[in-house]
Design a protein around this ligand. Structure first.
Ligand code: ATP
Ligand code: ATP
Ligand code: CA
Length: 219
């Protein structure tokens, strides 16, 4: 489904969002106050324009309210970031993602109606720390506080060369195996006769505690 996106602020973060959306064949309007930053994305974005997004009339004339999603990627200038978020909200944008510089800023953005508040440096820091502590967890999705989906690398010999029936993750850990990846081959909803090999990546869902227990057994 093709949608209209506007990215306001073309630093490393905004530019990266812009490139990723274009790579996914979406229409992207790129806006920055700096001509140099706009020029750098002129060949990438559907349209790239130099504008001060704090100016409400400018955003009105761009019909920003008709966009499906607006990403406010202005960083260091917290005041500009908040004002722009407020203006695009008032102009009726249905889905707004705004970048926060700190926790208080994040709270303000949520209050004024940002639908997604992202804090890339903090979030990436958390992910990197998580990965350092649990190198065998390749992907992790907290479904809620108690239930987790995780992709775990088989790195302990105790699991190697055994079938899912023998391993019986369901009984042993309370985990359901939803996929096994061997090299580039993925088996979804694997049957019990599938054999697990060293470095296979199994995707499991179950209690967060159970995921942690399985992960501990891989160390
Ligand atoms: P990043 O951390 O993403 O690399 P940065 O540190 O280069 O960003 P920021 O201060 O976070 O810079 O601002 C991101 C972009 O937002 C800059 O390119 C800046 O010119 C732009 N910007 C700042 N204020 C406005 C504004 N009022 N209207 C439009 N663009 C703005
Ligand atoms: P972030 O983007 O993570 O918020 P930042 O933009 O505030 O970081 P950086 O220039 O990326 O700042 O530097 C990160 C930290 O590294 C700063 O706290 C800085 O003081 C520290 N730092 C920079 N150079 C050195 C150095 N040579 N030795 C030790 N610490 C350093
Ligand atoms: Ca994988």
């Amino acid at each position: 489904m093709k949608q209209n996106f506007a990215v306001i602020g073309l630093g490393r973060f905004g530019a990266s969002i812009c490139r990723s959306l274009v790579a996914a064949h979406q229409d992207v309007l790129a806006i920055d106050i700096s001509e140099e930053r706009v020029n750098a994305l002129a060949d990438v974005a559907t349209q790239a324009i130099v504008a001060n997004a704090q100016d409400e009339d400018t955003l009105r004339s761009l019909e920003i309210g008709k966009f499906d999603h607006v990403i406010v990627a202005i960083g260091k200038n917290i005041q500009a970031n908040i004002l722009v978020t407020l203006i695009v909200k008032e102009l009726g944008v249905p889905d707004i993602t705004a970048k926060a510089e700190n926790n208080t800023h994040a709270r303000v953005l949520a209050r004024i109606g940002a639908d997604q508040v992202v804090h890339p440096e903090r979030d990436m820091g958390e992910r990197v720390a998580h990965h350092l502590l649990s190198p065998n967890i390749l992907n992790y999705l907290a479904i809620n506080d108690d239930v987790t989906m995780a992709e775990i690398k088989i790195s302990s010999p105790e699991f190697v060369g055994k079938s899912l029936t023998e391993l019986n993750f369901h009984q042993q850990f309370g985990l359901t195996v939803i996929a096994i990846q061997h090299g580039n081959d993925v088996t979804v909803s694997p049957a019990g006769n599938n054999i697990v090999q060293l470095n296979d990546e199994i995707s499991v869902v179950g209690s967060t505690q159970a995921v942690d227990e399985l992960n501990d057994r891989m160390m």
